[in-house]
Design a protein around this ligand. Structure first.
Ligand code: DC
Length: 231
C-alpha cells in the first residue's frame, strides 16, 4: 500500500509520516530530503542554482541513500552523512529554486517510484498524490496556518520537540525569519509550473494547526484501515 502525504513546509508531514511508518511497518520516504540533497550538492560543488542545466546534470549524478541510526532516519549524499547539513538555512533558501527545475524532478520521481515498487510506503512531499503516486490508496493533504508551522520549525531548530511539547518556546526573531521563509517557499512551491504543491482531487484534507500528532496519526490510520477493508 502507498500512503501519500502532501502539504506545505512545517505542516507536520515528517512527524506524522514517521509515526505511521512505525505503527504500520511501512517504509518512510522523505522526498523533501532528496531535493535538499541536490541543493546541498550544488552549494558544495559551487554549481549556480539558477543554472538549470548544470543543476539537472548534478541531480542525475548524485547518490542519495536513506538509513537509520539510534536517533532516527539518516540521509547520505555520495556516501557522506548529510542528515544535519541538508537542514541549514542556506539549503532552505535555495531548495525551492532547485526543486522547480523539471529535469531535477524527473530524476527524483524515478528514484521515488522505485521505492514504491518494493513494498508498503508512506511518502511525504508536495506532489506525492498528484504526480509520484497518483494511484496511492490513501492520500492526505496536511495543512496548518503559517504561524503554527513557523513556530514548529523554530522550536525544532532549537533541538526541542515541537510535535509533543505544545508549550515549547523559540527565539522570537528566529521564528519571524522562519515565518518569512515559509511564506516565500509556500508561494514558490505552489506557483511553479512543474508539479506545484496542490492537493489531489481525492485527497483527505487535515488541518493540523490545533491538532496533536497522535490525533492526526489516528485519523490517517483509520483511513488506512478503511482502504484495506475496501480492497
Ligand atoms: O519538506 P521539505 O521542507 O524538506 O522540502 C524541501 C523543499 O523541497 C520544499 O521547499 C519543496 C521541495 N519539495 C518538492 O518540491 N517536492 C517534494 N515532493 C518534496 C519537497
Amino acid at each position: 500500500m502507498i500512503v501519500a502525504i502532501d502539504g506545505p513546509a512545517g505542516s507536520g508531514k515528517s512527524t506524522v509520516a514517521h509515526a505511521i511508518a512505525d505503527r504500520c511497518g511501512f517504509t518512510y520516504l522523505d522526498t523533501g530530503a532528496m531535493y535538499r540533497c541536490v541543493t546541498l550538492a550544488c552549494l558544495e560543488r559551487d554549481v549556480d542554482v539558477n543554472d538549470s542545466d548544470a543543476v539537472a546534470e548534478l541531480a542525475r549524478d548524485v547518490r542519495i541513500e536513506f538509513g537509520t541510526d539510534g536517533q532516527g532516519q539518516t540521509v547520505s549524499l555520495d556516501g557522506n552523512d548529510v542528515t544535519a547539513a541538508i537542514r541549514t538555512p542556506e539549503v532552505d533558501r535555495n531548495v525551492s529554486i532547485v526543486s522547480a527545475v523539471p529535469a531535477v524532478r524527473e530524476a527524483m520521481v524515478i528514484l521515488q517510484r522505485a521505492v514504491g515498487e518494493r513494498g508498503d510506503v508512506v511518502a511525504e512531499g508536495r506532489d506525492i498524490g498528484t504526480v509520484v503516486y497518483p494511484n496511492a490508496e490513501v492520500k492526505i493533504f496536511l495543512t496548518a496556518d503559517a504561524e503554527a508551522r513557523a513556530h514548529r520549525r523554530a522550536v525544532q531548530r532549537e533541538g526541542k520537540d515541537a510535535a509533543h511539547d505544545s508549550a515549547a518556546k523559540a527565539d522570537a526573531a528566529q521564528e519571524q525569519a522562519i515565518l518569512a521563509d515559509i511564506i516565500r517557499r509556500d508561494k514558490l512551491d505552489s506557483s511553479r509550473e512543474t508539479a506545484p504543491l496542490r492537493a489531489a482531487d481525492d485527497a483527505h484534507h487535515i488541518d493540523s494547526s490545533n491538532l496533536g500528532v497522535d490525533e492526526v496519526v489516528d485519523r490517517i490510520c483509520v483511513l488506512i484501515d478503511e482502504a484495506r477493508a475496501a480492497r
